[in-house]
Ligand binder design. Structure first.
Ligand SMILES: O=C(O)[C@H](O)[C@@H](O)[C@H](O)[C@H](O)CO
Ligand SMILES: [Zn+2]
Length: 299
């Protein structure tokens, strides 16, 4: 078995780093800093990060077929033109709610953008409960709400055969699966496939590898775990030098490297001095598995 190595490639000091996405066109890693209100792009060649400041919490970024990117910004789906640094609203959700924002989002294999909402946090993981919902932005720019009563809408991905949708509502401490209809984008038959153990803490972002196994970043758990959705067993744990690991994706050459984002919000001075890389971007090599390229939004 290859030996796993972990490197902090960008000491970004993100408040809540999230939504890592490999952009093959640019050969760069996209991510956001939610409360830092920035969309970022890190180049492995220059080892530099470019950032675009936005006017609200930005919780996810996705590739777009036509050009550049789409983002979830506050309670809006929006388009982002990188060079022009131009953000334009596509549509708004949660119009009946005063205090929510989007959280994690990802595009499905048919080019639909899934993203869920949550109440604004008072502090990490402390918020008014059941205020969130899960939405889809279709390529024709219409929006559908799948369900509400969500605490912290978080990680999402699809099985390799596209027949299962995996989803995390963080405060359920569970990784769930739904039957997925790729033709219509409809979900159903929710069930739990894994319950986190105490020391794994809170499930956050997630991605799938080419063997159909799930990788889940554990917020306050300082690790990513690899799960077999068929058996419900944990297969591997990779610990990182920061506690607030938030999300993960595969990228780099042949999608053989894993990138992990992290947060620093909620850490006091003493905690930060013990974990100076908090809020950084980590690269894990030697996992011996590859990832699935991200799907671009088809609209
Ligand atoms: O990154 C996210 O998904 C949320 O926006 C964060 O705030 C944390 O996950 C949350 O605090 C953990 O419960
Ligand atoms: Zn998250």
């Amino acid at each position: 078995m290859a030996s796993v190595s972990i490197e902090c490639v960008a000491r970004e000091g993100c408040r809540i780093g999230e939504s890592p996405v490999w952009d093959q066109r640019e050969g760069a890693l996209l991510f956001v800093d939610i409360t830092g209100r920035k969309v970022c792009r890190w180049s492995p060649l220059t080892r530099q990060t470019q950032a675009i400041a936005v006017d609200a919490p930005v919780s996810s970024v996705a590739l777009r077929k036509s050009e550049d990117y789409v983002i979830t910004l506050g309670t809006r789906f929006a388009a982002l033109k990188w060079k022009e640094e131009l953000v334009t609203t596509i549509t708004q959700v949660d119009k009946d709610k005063a205090n929510t924002r989007f959280n994690d989002g990802k595009v499905d294999p048919a080019g639909r953008y899934f993203a869920g909402t949550m109440a604004e946090e008072i502090r990490p993981a402390v918020l008014e409960r059941r205020q969130g919902s899960l939405y889809t932005l279709f390529p024709d720019l219409s929006v559908v709400k799948h369900f509400d009563q969500v605490d912290i809408s978080n990680g999402l991905d699809w099985s390799l055969d596209h027949r299962t949708f995996f989803y995390i509502d963080s405060l359920s401490y569970s990784v769930d699966a739904f039957d997925y209809d790729l033709q219509t984008g409809k979900i159903g038959n929710r069930r739990s496939i894994y319950k986190l153990e105490k020391e794994e803490s809170i499930p956050d972002g997630m991605c799938i590898d080419t063997e159909g196994k799930l990788w889940v970043a554990c917020y306050d758990g300082g690790r990513v775990i690899r799960l077999d959705p068929e058996t419900g067993k944990r297969l591997q744990t990779v610990k990182l030098p920061v506690d607030k690991t938030t999300s993960c994706c595969f990228g780099g050459k042949d999608y053989s490297e894993m990138f992990v984002t992290s947060a620093s919000d909620g850490m006091d001075k003493e905690w930060l001095s013990r974990q100076p890389e908090a809020g950084g971007i980590f690269k894990i090599t030697g996992l011996g598995v590859k990832g699935v390229p991200p799907y671009p939004f088809a609209g």
